[in-house]
Design a protein around this ligand. Structure first.
Ligand code: HMG
Ligand code: MG
Length: 301
């Protein structure tokens, strides 16, 4: 398999990265993070989530964040919308791209969005229909594509079936989430094989949390299968509030380093990204959670 000439990195730090942050992050800091990521060359920056503020308090300023961004040309700023209420609020704040989010695990679906997998598909249907009517692009996330924190292993067949339902609903891209980061390359490849029997591989994205340090290995494995869109979070920020023990997404810097080494274009300025990684880590008063970010930041000072 020849590797692609370029890959698309979807930066999820401002949403997946910050949603689980226990201390309140100022709205101005969130907006500044999004601006800096745009200046570093990220073309898709998931900005925030229009979810229940009782469930995810850190995202309660979503309208102010989204309407406060100075949009850069060629950059998109998708947001999470679990239901019509979220969709309407997102549109009112200027959203032009949205994402619905479901799970391949019943227990995770119940914990995360308070409904069964089948109910979630019915809840998303009017959201996707309304979005498509407005010309809004919809992504579908699927969580627990490898393991569920409550149920253990999820079968590739169940993942493939739920992914297919999201795709048939009208989601243009399906992001496959290894929510707790337990995946290893051969398991991940089996899951992608099952899903790609129903959905063209160029409509799939990899969303790897790095809890066990396997995300880069998994990305390299599925890159060779034809996946060319990867979600990542600057400085490796994050974790899911409904996935106990889950640490952050794979760090954007680590993915860019991998792609640079493979001669694959990302369009991202690694030096600016590393600066942003150091900046946000400083704001959050924590060490940089990316190996590449740490190494390059130290070598720059
Ligand atoms: P529910 O309790 O079934 O909703 O929650 P409801 O319709 O019965 O409403 C309950 C209350 O929530 C009401 O308020 C609604 O107004 C309010 P109250 O009357 O009690 O004051 N509400 C809302 N408020 C703001 N925006 C909304 C909204 N909807 C209802 N959109 C619901 C269902 C989905 C709303 C809730 O469970 C929720 O918001 N969950 C959010 C979960 C979340 O954000 N999780 C993290 C993101 S997913 C993730 O991280 C995984 C991913 O990264 C991939 C991976 O790694 O696997 C994507
Ligand atoms: Mg995630």
């Amino acid at each position: 398999m020849t590797l692609p000439a370029s890959v698309h990195i979807v930066e999820v730090g401002p949403r997946d990265g910050l949603q689980n942050e226990p201390n309140w992050v100022d709205t101005a800091t969130k907006i500044s993070l999004i601006q800096r990521l745009g200046q570093a060359g990220l073309k898709t920056i998931e900005a925030t989530a229009f979810v229940s503020p009782k469930r995810v308090p850190q995202m309660s300023d979503s309208s102010v964040v989204l309407s406060g961004i100075t949009r850069l040309p060629g950059v998109t700023y998708p947001v999470l919308t679990p239901n019509l209420k979220g969709f309407e609020a997102a549109r009112a704040a200027g959203a032009r791209e949205i994402a619905v989010f479901g799970a391949a695990s019943e227990s995770f679906s119940q914990k995360n969005i308070q409904c069964s997998v089948a109910e979630s598909i019915e809840r998303f249907r009017p959201v996707v229909d309304a979005a498509r009517q407005d010309g809004v692009v919809v992504r579908g996330y699927l969580s627990c594509v490898i393991d569920c924190p409550y149920e253990g292993a999820i079968s590739p067949a169940k993942v493939a079936d739920t992914a297919r339902q999201l795709f048939e609903l009208g989601c243009e891209e399906i992001s496959l989430g290894d929510t707790i980061g337990t995946g290893t390359p051969e398991r991940v490849k089996r899951m992608i094989e099952a899903v790609s029997a129903h959905i063209p591989i160029n409509r799939l994205a990899g969303h790897f949390h790095d809890t066990y340090g396997m995300a880069i290995a998994n990305i390299y494995a599925v890159l060779q299968m034809g996946i060319a869109t990867f979600d990542a979070s600057v400085a490796g920020l994050g974790g899911c509030p409904y996935a106990p023990g889950a640490s952050g997404n794979v760090a954007t810097e680590d993915v860019v380093w991998l792609m640079n080494g493979l001669g694959i274009d990302t369009g991202i300025d690694l030096a600016k990204l590393v600066e942003t990684s150091a900046w946000i880590s400083h704001q959050l008063k924590r060490p940089v959670g990316s190996k590449v970010g740490k190494a390059l930041h130290h070598s720059a000072v």
